[in-house]
Design a binder for this molecule. Structure first.
Ligand code: FES
Length: 316
């Protein structure tokens, strides 16, 4: 990864749900950087033929940054990052991570915080909860999961949060009535959603239909880049042409060629990797560019988006 990465050692691995493993990461020399609730790091996995780089939320109490904890859900249909973490990473291994970044911070001015988590989407809220408690904030956690795969930390959450914790095990037939939940909140409540896209879209839609201000709706989803058609990319400044194969993202190919592109989320939401397009059409897959910007076709988010045709020329 880039020069400002941090070396960490895996000091513990625990199965916290049938499909989810928790990894404790300690610094290799020196100290880890402090972080704020909702922060994430990008973990580089030295896989072949190319490294995987995935973003994971930090689970720990932000006041305890002696080590970091992350949780990884095994995704059988992914391009391999989560399977690498589950099958190839052992206690004692070293990994490179980026310094923590935060794209999902609580809005501290909120009168009430409504946290809605789906499956492994509980992870950013694990770092919210200690800070919400310390501040005496008004909050509730609504946690939707399947007990046979993704219901991590639920006993711990029930014990520490008591009546502020609402659990919905879909296999036990427990459903969260989003319309009722969102309609019953006091003015000034902010809702935070992390989980599958369907959950984020569902909560967002209901909140909008009930007239919630957009500024009170927060969500985080790290969309992993999806495969697509191969294409060529010409870097206008150097004249170098690179091939982007079907399984690699444009960002990964650029990094493989030692071309540094700023990035925070690697999932099309933060805007850091925005790159100027000089020629060629773009298949936009990000959540960052507006409809008008997509129409103009002057930018690409290389972490997730690809060429719509056979060739792109970009301003790098
Ligand atoms: S790295 Fe965040 S949008 Fe590309």
């Amino acid at each position: 990864m880039s020069i400002d990465t941090i070396q960490v050692r895996v000091t513990a691995i625990a199965e916290v749900a049938p499909a989810i493993r928790e990894f404790t990461l300690a610094p290799v020399g020196g100290e880890l950087l402090p972080f704020s609730p909702g922060s994430h790091v990008v973990v580089e996995m030295p896989a072949e033929p190319r490294p995987h780089r995935n973003a994971y939320s930090l689970l720990s109490d932000p006041r305890e940054s002696g080590s970091y904890r992350i949780a990884v859900r095994r995704q059988e249909t992914s391009r391999g990052g989560s399977i690498y973490m589950h099958e190839s990473v052992a206690v004692g291994d070293e990994l490179s991570i980026t310094p923590p970044a935060n794209l999902f911070s609580p809005a501290w001015s909120a009168r009430k915080h409504l946290l809605v988590a789906g499956g492994v989407g509980i992870t950013p809220f694990m770092s919210y909860l200690p800070e919400l408690e310390r501040r005496g904030a008004n909050f509730e956690l609504h946690y939707l999961y399947r007990s046979s795969s993704t219901g991590a930390y639920r006993e711990q959450l029930e014990q520490t949060l008591g009546e502020r914790c609402f659990l919905y095990d879909s296999e036990a037939g427990n459903r969260c009535e989003l319309g009722t939940l969102l309609a019953d909140q006091p003015r000034g409540t902010h809702v935070y959603i992390c989980g599958p896209e369907t959950l984020i879209a569902g909560v967002h839609e209901v909140a909008q239909s009930l007239g919630w201000p957009e500024s009170h709706i927060h969500y985080e989803a790290f969309a992993a880049p999806q495969p697509g058609n191969p294409f060529e990319v010409e870097l206008a400044r150097s004249g170098v042409t690179l091939n982007v194969d079907a399984d690699s993202s444009l960002l990964e190919v650029l990094e493989g060629a030692q071309v540094q592109v700023p990035n925070l989320c690697r999932g099309g939401v933060c805007g850091q990797c925005q790159t100027r397009v000089l020629s060629g059409d773009v298949e936009h897959r990000d959540e960052f560019l507006s409809a008008a910007e997509r129409e103009q076709g002057e930018s690409i988010m290389p972490c997730v988006s690809r060429a719509a045709g056979k060739r792109l020329v970009i301003d790098l």
